[in-house]
Design a protein. Structure first.
Length: 195
């Protein structure tokens, strides 16, 4: 049996690389440690190096196995001081929506931030976790549809496309976006509507 610190040290060897293959190669290198890797990734979420925390979340997102044992630590990472860590944590939480009710309180805090991307991501994820917040979260996404930033409108279109199976009200909002003035937003809307 390998120690968690040995697993984290292996993870650390990939954390500061800048090549696109680093996550896949980290997952491959960590597979030798089996299920203990998931618990070590949870431990790595309290590392002082934000690159290590990001890498741990990226590995959890790509891990071919049960990552639920890391869910409590991942939910705590939604309050991480580093924005990229928080966004990566949200991606991992999105794989466990049926067991992630504890993620709603930290995600609700995201709605009060100036960061539109985080706000839109939080609204969509909260809606997937807790459909009782339907009206409030769709209102946030509708607000994002009016953003001056076309990148945010692209994110909203993509998120609404992913919510079509969660609520029938996502489709009309997405259809409203077909008249967006930005060609990239229109392209994402067409892809999400499969036109």
């Amino acid at each position: 049996m390998h120690s968690r610190q040995q697993i984290i040290d292996t993870l650390r060897s990939f954390a500061h690389r800048i090549d696109v293959e680093r996550v896949d190669e980290a997952v491959q290198a960590l597979q030798q440690f089996g299920d203990e890797t998931v618990l070590a990734m949870a431990d790595a979420l309290s590392d002082s190096d934000d690159y290590v925390r990001v890498m741990a979340l990226q590995v959890l997102y790509e891990w071919n196995g049960d990552t639920e044992p890391a869910l409590p630590a991942t939910i705590r990472a939604l309050d991480d001081p580093d924005r990229i860590v928080r966004i990566c944590a949200a991606s991992v939480v999105s794989q466990h929506v049926e067991k992630a009710s504890a993620a709603v309180p930290p995600l609700l805090k995201w709605l009060d931030r100036d960061d539109e991307h985080s706000k839109m991501t939080a609204a969509a994820l909260i809606l997937k976790i807790d459909t009782s917040k339907h009206d409030q979260m769709l209102a946030v996404l509708a607000e994002g549809m009016e953003s001056d930033d076309s990148g945010i409108r692209c994110v909203v279109a993509w998120l609404l496309g992913g919510l079509r199976d969660v609520t029938p009200d996502a489709l009309p909002l997405l259809q409203m976006m077909t008249s967006d003035q930005d060609e990239f937003v229109q392209e994402i809307v067409r892809e999400e509507l499969q036109l």
